[in-house]
Write a protein that binds this ligand. Structure first.
Ligand SMILES: [Zn+2]
Length: 194
Protein backbone atom coordinates (compact mmCIF):
# COMPACT_ATOMS: atom_id res chain seq x y z
CA UNK A 1 0.00 0.00 0.00
CA UNK A 2 2.81 2.41 0.93
CA UNK A 3 4.62 1.56 -2.29
CA UNK A 4 1.50 2.19 -4.38
CA UNK A 5 0.84 5.53 -2.71
CA UNK A 6 4.43 6.64 -3.25
CA UNK A 7 4.20 5.69 -6.94
CA UNK A 8 0.90 7.55 -7.40
CA UNK A 9 2.27 10.65 -5.69
CA UNK A 10 4.77 11.02 -8.53
CA UNK A 11 1.96 11.97 -10.96
CA UNK A 12 1.62 15.71 -11.56
CA UNK A 13 -1.06 17.35 -9.47
CA UNK A 14 -1.49 14.32 -7.17
CA UNK A 15 -0.92 15.04 -3.51
CA UNK A 16 -0.73 12.64 -0.57
CA UNK A 17 -4.48 12.62 0.04
CA UNK A 18 -5.41 12.01 -3.60
CA UNK A 19 -2.76 9.29 -3.86
CA UNK A 20 -4.27 7.56 -0.84
CA UNK A 21 -7.79 7.81 -2.30
CA UNK A 22 -6.54 6.38 -5.60
CA UNK A 23 -4.75 3.55 -3.80
CA UNK A 24 -7.94 2.67 -1.89
CA UNK A 25 -9.83 2.73 -5.17
CA UNK A 26 -7.33 0.21 -6.57
CA UNK A 27 -7.88 -2.05 -3.56
CA UNK A 28 -11.64 -1.93 -4.13
CA UNK A 29 -11.34 -2.67 -7.87
CA UNK A 30 -11.65 -6.11 -9.39
CA UNK A 31 -8.55 -8.01 -10.41
CA UNK A 32 -9.55 -7.51 -14.09
CA UNK A 33 -9.83 -3.73 -13.66
CA UNK A 34 -6.42 -3.56 -12.05
CA UNK A 35 -4.87 -5.77 -14.75
CA UNK A 36 -6.43 -3.46 -17.38
CA UNK A 37 -4.95 -0.39 -15.71
CA UNK A 38 -1.52 -1.99 -15.42
CA UNK A 39 -1.58 -2.98 -19.11
CA UNK A 40 -2.72 0.50 -20.14
CA UNK A 41 0.21 2.05 -18.22
CA UNK A 42 2.65 -0.42 -19.71
CA UNK A 43 1.38 -0.07 -23.29
CA UNK A 44 1.27 3.71 -23.12
CA UNK A 45 4.96 3.78 -22.24
CA UNK A 46 6.33 0.82 -24.15
CA UNK A 47 4.19 0.46 -27.29
CA UNK A 48 3.94 4.12 -28.28
CA UNK A 49 6.33 6.73 -29.57
CA UNK A 50 6.15 10.28 -30.90
CA UNK A 51 5.63 10.69 -34.63
CA UNK A 52 8.93 11.94 -36.07
CA UNK A 53 7.03 14.46 -38.20
CA UNK A 54 4.18 15.86 -36.13
CA UNK A 55 5.11 14.77 -32.61
CA UNK A 56 1.78 13.07 -31.93
CA UNK A 57 1.70 9.91 -29.83
CA UNK A 58 1.53 6.94 -32.18
CA UNK A 59 2.16 3.22 -32.45
CA UNK A 60 4.10 3.70 -35.67
CA UNK A 61 6.10 6.66 -36.99
CA UNK A 62 5.10 8.41 -39.19
CA UNK A 63 1.59 8.37 -37.76
CA UNK A 64 -1.46 7.52 -39.86
CA UNK A 65 -2.28 11.20 -40.45
CA UNK A 66 1.24 12.15 -41.61
CA UNK A 67 1.37 9.02 -43.78
CA UNK A 68 -1.97 9.83 -45.46
CA UNK A 69 -1.04 11.13 -48.91
CA UNK A 70 -4.53 12.56 -49.54
CA UNK A 71 -4.07 15.24 -46.86
CA UNK A 72 -2.84 18.76 -47.67
CA UNK A 73 0.84 19.09 -46.79
CA UNK A 74 0.97 22.89 -46.89
CA UNK A 75 -1.32 23.57 -43.95
CA UNK A 76 -0.35 22.53 -40.43
CA UNK A 77 -2.54 22.89 -37.37
CA UNK A 78 -0.65 23.38 -34.09
CA UNK A 79 -2.32 21.77 -31.07
CA UNK A 80 -1.32 21.17 -27.48
CA UNK A 81 -1.89 17.43 -27.30
CA UNK A 82 -3.22 14.21 -28.85
CA UNK A 83 -6.75 14.78 -27.56
CA UNK A 84 -7.02 18.02 -29.53
CA UNK A 85 -5.98 16.13 -32.68
CA UNK A 86 -8.79 13.66 -32.04
CA UNK A 87 -11.25 16.46 -31.42
CA UNK A 88 -10.35 18.28 -34.64
CA UNK A 89 -10.41 15.03 -36.59
CA UNK A 90 -13.92 14.27 -35.37
CA UNK A 91 -14.98 17.84 -36.23
CA UNK A 92 -13.87 16.91 -39.77
CA UNK A 93 -12.80 20.37 -40.96
CA UNK A 94 -9.01 20.24 -41.05
CA UNK A 95 -7.63 18.55 -44.18
CA UNK A 96 -3.99 19.35 -43.50
CA UNK A 97 -1.45 17.92 -41.06
CA UNK A 98 -0.81 18.60 -37.38
CA UNK A 99 2.02 19.63 -35.11
CA UNK A 100 1.58 18.39 -31.55
CA UNK A 101 3.37 20.33 -28.83
CA UNK A 102 2.57 18.04 -25.89
CA UNK A 103 2.68 19.03 -22.26
CA UNK A 104 5.92 20.36 -20.92
CA UNK A 105 5.60 22.93 -23.63
CA UNK A 106 3.13 25.19 -21.92
CA UNK A 107 4.39 27.21 -18.97
CA UNK A 108 2.92 24.96 -16.31
CA UNK A 109 4.64 24.62 -12.96
CA UNK A 110 8.17 23.41 -13.39
CA UNK A 111 7.75 22.87 -17.13
CA UNK A 112 10.24 24.04 -19.72
CA UNK A 113 9.15 25.01 -23.22
CA UNK A 114 9.65 22.02 -25.50
CA UNK A 115 12.39 23.41 -27.71
CA UNK A 116 12.42 20.30 -29.86
CA UNK A 117 8.76 20.66 -30.90
CA UNK A 118 9.36 24.32 -31.80
CA UNK A 119 12.52 23.60 -33.79
CA UNK A 120 10.88 20.80 -35.71
CA UNK A 121 7.90 23.04 -36.53
CA UNK A 122 10.26 25.68 -37.89
CA UNK A 123 12.05 23.04 -39.93
CA UNK A 124 8.73 21.87 -41.40
CA UNK A 125 7.91 25.43 -42.41
CA UNK A 126 11.34 26.01 -43.95
CA UNK A 127 11.79 22.70 -45.78
CA UNK A 128 8.44 20.90 -46.15
CA UNK A 129 6.53 23.59 -48.05
CA UNK A 130 4.20 24.51 -45.19
CA UNK A 131 2.57 27.83 -46.05
CA UNK A 132 -0.08 28.15 -43.33
CA UNK A 133 0.28 27.40 -39.63
CA UNK A 134 -3.06 27.38 -37.81
CA UNK A 135 -2.76 28.03 -34.08
CA UNK A 136 -5.39 25.87 -32.40
CA UNK A 137 -4.25 26.22 -28.82
CA UNK A 138 -6.80 26.73 -26.06
CA UNK A 139 -7.93 30.27 -25.14
CA UNK A 140 -6.53 29.92 -21.62
CA UNK A 141 -3.24 30.92 -20.00
CA UNK A 142 -1.36 27.78 -21.03
CA UNK A 143 -2.71 27.84 -24.57
CA UNK A 144 -1.87 31.53 -25.00
CA UNK A 145 1.66 30.89 -23.71
CA UNK A 146 2.06 28.04 -26.17
CA UNK A 147 0.78 30.22 -29.04
CA UNK A 148 3.28 32.97 -28.18
CA UNK A 149 6.20 30.52 -28.17
CA UNK A 150 5.14 29.22 -31.59
CA UNK A 151 4.88 32.75 -32.98
CA UNK A 152 8.38 33.52 -31.66
CA UNK A 153 9.77 30.27 -33.05
CA UNK A 154 8.40 31.05 -36.53
CA UNK A 155 9.64 34.64 -36.61
CA UNK A 156 11.27 35.46 -39.95
CA UNK A 157 9.74 32.52 -41.82
CA UNK A 158 7.36 32.97 -44.73
CA UNK A 159 4.48 30.97 -43.22
CA UNK A 160 1.14 32.69 -42.73
CA UNK A 161 0.12 32.22 -39.13
CA UNK A 162 -3.63 32.07 -38.51
CA UNK A 163 -5.68 31.52 -35.37
CA UNK A 164 -9.03 29.95 -34.68
CA UNK A 165 -11.80 32.55 -34.71
CA UNK A 166 -12.61 34.28 -31.48
CA UNK A 167 -15.88 33.23 -29.95
CA UNK A 168 -14.44 30.21 -28.21
CA UNK A 169 -15.45 30.44 -24.56
CA UNK A 170 -12.58 31.97 -22.54
CA UNK A 171 -10.64 29.33 -20.64
CA UNK A 172 -12.21 26.47 -22.60
CA UNK A 173 -10.09 23.44 -23.37
CA UNK A 174 -10.51 22.44 -27.00
CA UNK A 175 -11.08 18.83 -26.12
CA UNK A 176 -14.33 19.71 -24.31
CA UNK A 177 -15.83 21.87 -27.04
CA UNK A 178 -18.75 20.75 -29.15
CA UNK A 179 -17.45 19.60 -32.54
CA UNK A 180 -19.59 22.11 -34.45
CA UNK A 181 -18.28 25.06 -32.41
CA UNK A 182 -14.74 23.94 -33.12
CA UNK A 183 -15.52 23.47 -36.81
CA UNK A 184 -16.93 27.04 -36.98
CA UNK A 185 -13.86 28.45 -35.21
CA UNK A 186 -11.63 26.62 -37.68
CA UNK A 187 -13.54 27.81 -40.76
CA UNK A 188 -13.49 31.36 -39.40
CA UNK A 189 -9.76 31.36 -38.66
CA UNK A 190 -8.05 34.66 -39.30
CA UNK A 191 -4.52 36.01 -39.81
CA UNK A 192 -2.59 36.76 -36.65
CA UNK A 193 -2.56 40.50 -37.23
CA UNK A 194 -6.14 40.74 -38.44
ZN1 LIG B 1 2.47 12.48 -37.50
Amino acid sequence: MERLIRALERFPGVGARSAERMALHVLRSTREEVADLAMALRDARIETQRCATCGNITLRSPCAICADTTRFRHIVCVVEGPREVEKLESAGVHEGLYHVLLEGFAPREGAEPDAHALHSLRRRVESDGVTEVVLATAPDREGEGAALSVIEALAGTTANITRLARGLPAGARLEYLHGEILADAYRGRRPLDG
